[in-house]
Design a protein around this ligand. Structure first.
Ligand SMILES: Cc1ncc(COP(=O)(O)O)c(C=O)c1O
Length: 390
């Protein structure tokens, strides 16, 4: 047989799926995969049920139905303070991932360079690689995952086309500050770069951290592609609905790509969501009270068993460090071993840290835990961990 495309050479089953298989075998609890097992809000489900019942089942415009694009425009103006001139700047896609793919195709030529910060979200790195983009990875350091902008400047070259950021971030929960975003914008303006900003966890911030959208900064809109969606905020990862916001000429091209790849996002689900996605304010307040309690339970459990916890500023993961533990306890020599140890001894799955770093070795002492679980499930996982290692 002739070989498959070279593009597929870099693609492998991620550790996340392998760990899922392992934990399923012992009937354990999966805190690995970034999926939330909480229910989708009733009004959204009812809206979709009605749309299915009414046979609103045909292809929609490739950029999404007007009602949903308008609702997203209003939300972006009100919640994100982004100066979106009209709903022509909004493209609905198959999850924010679909929007990211269209962004990749709209912006990059093979051999272009992009700046990415690590620990990173694997899809960002892998999709850039699939496009033949050379990724310059900047490591964020310390308990607050700080960025050395001198390093960013040094990584820029005439081939750099874009900077990719993720705030609040997966896997480390970093929430980029206004000052940091100003630095990014200054570099983008000085070097004429686009900025792609993945804000899928925008409603989830802790303590006094506030979500700031880069596109809301004066002058930023024209060079920013803002990606977000509904998967995380409304517990509907499997519905596959997300969007991009960017100036119309760019979104127009992204829409044409979206059309080629997917034709459109699922039609009845778009109708259902358009009716309902702006939930009352107390929906968000309750959601954050819930995640704050779960973050505390997860973080304190990990600290109690000897992990160092850089407390996440946002999102719903903890990227915890077990270097100290590796000196004292058998079964913690590296991330894959530690992950297996947790599955076999506590029936709890996590994600080995190597998935989040350009040099896998840099993730050697990290495991990522997702705490977006039903309370009783999280509670059982924490009890198991404390019993096994406390
Ligand atoms: C940072 C980040 N972006 C995007 C996604 C996927 O979003 P969607 O379901 O909208 O494609 C995830 C899911 O884990 C994520 O963590």
């Amino acid at each position: 047989m002739k070989p498959l495309s070279k593009r597929t050479d870099t693609l492998f089953q991620s550790d996340i799926r392998a760990v899922t298989a392992l934990v399923n075998r012992v009937n354990g609890i999966n805190l690995g995969q970034g999926i939330c097992d909480l229910p989708t809000p009733e009004p959204i489900k009812k809206g979709a049920e009605a749309a299915i019942e009414e046979n609103r089942s045909i292809y929609t415009s490739y950029a999404g139905i007007p009602e949903l694009r308008t609702a997203i425009t209003e939300k972006a103006r009100r919640f994100n303070h982004i100066p979106v001139p009209s709903s022509n700047d909004v493209m609905v896609s198959v999850g924010s991932t679909g929007a990211f793919v269209s962004t990749m195709f709209a912006l990059f030529e093979q051999g272009d360079e992009a700046i990415l910060f690590e620990p990173f979200y694997g899809y960002h790195r892998n999709l850039l690689a699939l496009m033949g983009v050379i990724t310059k990875t900047i490591t964020m350091r310390g308990l607050n995952w700080e960025v050395d902008f001198g390093e960013v400047r040094a990584a820029l070259s005439p081939k750099t086309k874009a900077i990719v950021i993720n705030t609040p971030g997966n896997p480390c929960g970093k929430v980029w500050t206004h000052a940091e975003l100003e630095e990014i914008l200054a570099l983008a303006e000085a070097y004429d770069l686009y900025v792609i900003t993945d804000e899928i966890y925008e409603y989830m911030t802790y303590d006094d951290h506030e979500h700031v959208s880069l596109a809301s900064l004066p002058g930023a809109y024209e060079r920013t592609i803002t990606l977000s969606g509904f998967s995380k905020t409304y517990n509907m990862t499997g519905w596959r609905l997300g969007y991009a916001l960017a100036p119309e000429p760019l979104v127009e091209k992204m829409g044409l790509l979206n059309d080629l790849f997917y034709i459109c996002a699922p039609a009845p689900l778009q109708y259902g969501l358009a009716e309902a996605f702006m939930m009352p304010d107390d929906y968000f307040t309750r959601m954050m009270a819930d995640y704050t309690r779960k973050r505390k339970r997860m973080g304190e459990t990990l600290e109690a068993i000897g992990f160092k916890v850089p407390w996440p500023q946002g999102a719903y993961y903890i990227l915890a460090n077990f270097e100290d533990l590796s000196q004292k306890v058998v079964g913690f020599s590296d991330d894959r071993t530690a992950c297996e140890t947790l599955v076999t001894r506590a029936k709890v799955a996590s994600v080995p840290g190597n998935s989040f770093f350009h040099h896998p070795e840099d993730g050697r002492y990290y495991l990522r835990f997702c705490f977006a679980k039903e309370w009783h499930v999280l509670e059982e996982a924490c009890e198991n961990l404390l019993r096994a290692f406390g």
